[in-house]
Write a protein that binds this ligand. Structure first.
Ligand SMILES: Cc1cc2nc3c(=O)[nH]c(=O)nc-3n(C[C@H](O)[C@H](O)[C@H](O)COP(=O)(O)OP(=O)(O)OC[C@H]3O[C@@H](n4cnc5c(N)ncnc54)[C@H](O)[C@@H]3O)c2cc1C
Length: 512
């Protein structure tokens, strides 16, 4: 009989590979905690790839007096923009005025606060425009004229998660994907945890502390896996998006007001498309099974149709996705009013190993959440919060590929095109946007397409798949086509099948 492998020893076990888990793992390892992260599926498989993909202050949260959240979120925009200028970029938002809904003075006041609360340096200030005379009005209904314009940022959400995991790993963390926490208990002042891999094999981890960042499963991990009780509860709110052929020209996004007082974004997406969302509905089902309903599709189409000349229906939808917001339950009456702020619950009785659970939060504020979470954990472990690289080290540390001089993406793109002159413009841009300076690692010394390996069609070459598998934990075609990229929207069914075949072949080759 072979002896069971010895437990992995670490300071911190992070449960969940969404933005909050990977953000905590990155911050923790930088502050000197030996860290293991386990994710039940692929990185960003749940809420963190189903967002509206905005790094934003959250203009509408001002209506709920969420000044703390808005201030923090506004100032994070430029911090994150500097850390990852390849996957994050500024976006102008056009808010058409509807006199029957919010009065103009209220919007002006909101935008004044928006411009001044967050210490804005890079992003331009808000302004008023007349849509009938402005290029932003092209494609909008003739009845719309007065509008307000302000700035926020856009992020490739799933890539932000992967880059946090990658940075954590490169600094010494162990990232275990397709590995689920099934049980943990406190024994002798530590957590003894049992993890199960997708193939059913098990491993044990002995950790000084656990961070429960399981998003919509935060209560499942607390109650079922750890046998802990807390008075804090998560409220699951479902949100869905649809993708349709482009509704308007230009690179501006729209924020549309609806009669139910909700707002819906129409965002330029992946070149040829518009992304429309989101909805807000209480959700009781299995978060892994969340899907858009015909009513949500109709609701989103109707709001777009009220504002754009081009009319759409369910038949125009080329892709949709849904996610579940794991919000902190503040007993608000309706789903849109539940706080988007985060709450950290620390369970650290004297002499017992600490457990920290994350409720709520936004992609925008993940770095601040991680910083506070690691402060709490270090304090509970009796260590100084300034350990390792120091408190707030992530404020000026680029994410992998984000070390672009002066955060000048266009300058970097020109340089990459010069280094790899055989790449057509569109492909060089796609690589630069996905991998930033890591494009050089992905492409290596390639001097022609022959050096990129097999051509799977539509600009997908083996070198990229090899990189995604070896460096970014991709294991299936879906991981590549719909999470680490949105190539699924652009490439033919034949290319998609070729990618499926490539992963099957590489899995067989690995197991041979
Ligand atoms: C429709 C919608 C739109 C949004 N838009 C925005 C936006 O524009 N901007 C913004 O800033 N925020 C937005 N958000 C909020 C943001 O997406 C979430 O706050 C964030 O993604 C939550 O991340 P998380 O890491 O907590 O959870 P998740 O991303 O869900 O990650 C939790 C992970 O834990 C794993 N897990 C669960 N149980 C276990 C276990 N037992 N063992 C191991 N792993 C486990 C899961 O597999 C999952 O991957 C939006 C959310 C939604 C739903």
């Amino acid at each position: 009989m072979t002896a069971a492998p010895a437990p992995i020893q670490c300071d911190l076990l992070v449960v969940g590979g969404g933005i909050n888990g990977t953000g905590i793992a990155r911050d923790a390892v930088g502050r000197g905690l030996s860290t293991v992260l386990c994710e039940a599926g692929d990185l960003a498989r749940a809420t963190s790839s189903a967002s509206s993909k905005l790094i934003h202050g959250g203009l509408r949260y001002l209506e709920y007096y969420e000044f703390r959240l808005v201030r923090e979120a506004l100032s994070e925009r430029e911090v994150l923009l500097r850390a990852a200028p390849h996957i994050i970029w500024p976006l102008r938002f056009v808010l058409p005025h509807n006199p029957g809904l919010r009065p103009a003075w209220m919007i002006r006041l909101g935008l004044f606060l928006y411009d001044h609360l967050g210490g804005r340096k890079l992003l331009p200030a808000s302004e008023g425009v007349r849509l009938r005379r402005h290029r932003y009005g092209k494609g909008t209904k003739a009845a719309l004229d007065k509008a307000f314009v302000y700035s926020d940022c856009w992020v490739q959400d799933a890539r932000l998660v992967v880059l946090n995991a990658l940075d954590a790993q490169e600094r010494g963390a162990q990232i275990l994907t397709h590995t689920r926490l099934i049980h943990a208990e406190r024994i002798g002042g530590r957590w003894e945890a049992t993890l199960e891999r997708a193939d059913g094999t098990r491993l044990t981890v002995s950790a000084a502390a656990i961070a429960n960042a399981a998003g919509p499963w935060v209560s499942d991990v607390l109650n079922e896996r750890l046998g802990r009780k807390t008075d804090k509860r998560v409220r699951l709110i479902k949100g869905s998006h649809i993708v349709v052929p482009k509704l308007h020209a230009g690179d501006q996004a729209f924020i549309l007001q609806n009669a139910d007082r909700r707002i819906v974004f129409v965002i330029p997406y992946e070149g040829d498309y518009s992304l429309i969302g989101t909805t807000d509905h209480d959700y009781q089902g299995d978060p892994a099974q969340v899907a858009i309903t015909p009513e949500e599709t109709d609701y989103l189409c109707a709001i777009a149709n009220a504002h754009f000349e081009k009319q759409i229906s369910a038949a125009d939808v080329v892709w949709s996705y849904s996610g579940v917001r794991p919000l902190y339950d503040d007993a608000a009456a309706n789903a849109s009013a539940v706080t988007r702020d985060y709450t950290l619950d620390l369970d650290a009785p004297a002499g017992a190993a600490p457990l920290l659970s994350v409720f709520g939060g936004k992609i925008t504020t993940y770095r601040c959440l991680a910083l506070e979470a690691v402060d709490d954990l270090l304090t509970a472990l009796g260590k100084p919060v300034s350990a390792g690289l120091g408190r707030n080290w992530t404020a000026d540390a680029p994410l992998p590929g984000g070390d672009i001089p002066n955060a000048d993406f266009n300058g970097f793109l020109r340089q990459l095109e010069a280094e790899y002159p055989f790449l057509p413009q569109g492909l060089a841009r796609r690589y630069a946007r996905a991998y930033g300076t890591r494009s050089r690692r992905m492409l290596g010394p390639a001097q022609s397409f022959d050096d990129l390996g097999a051509d799977l069609g539509d600009g997908v070459y083996e070198a990229e798949l090899r990189y995604l598998r070896a460096v970014e934990w991709a294991q299936t075609a879906e991981d590549v086509l719909w999470r680490r990229s949105k190539l699924g929207l652009h490439v033919s069914a034949r290319t998609q099948m070729a990618v499926v075949g490539w992963f099957k072949g590489s899995a067989q080759a690995l197991s041979a």
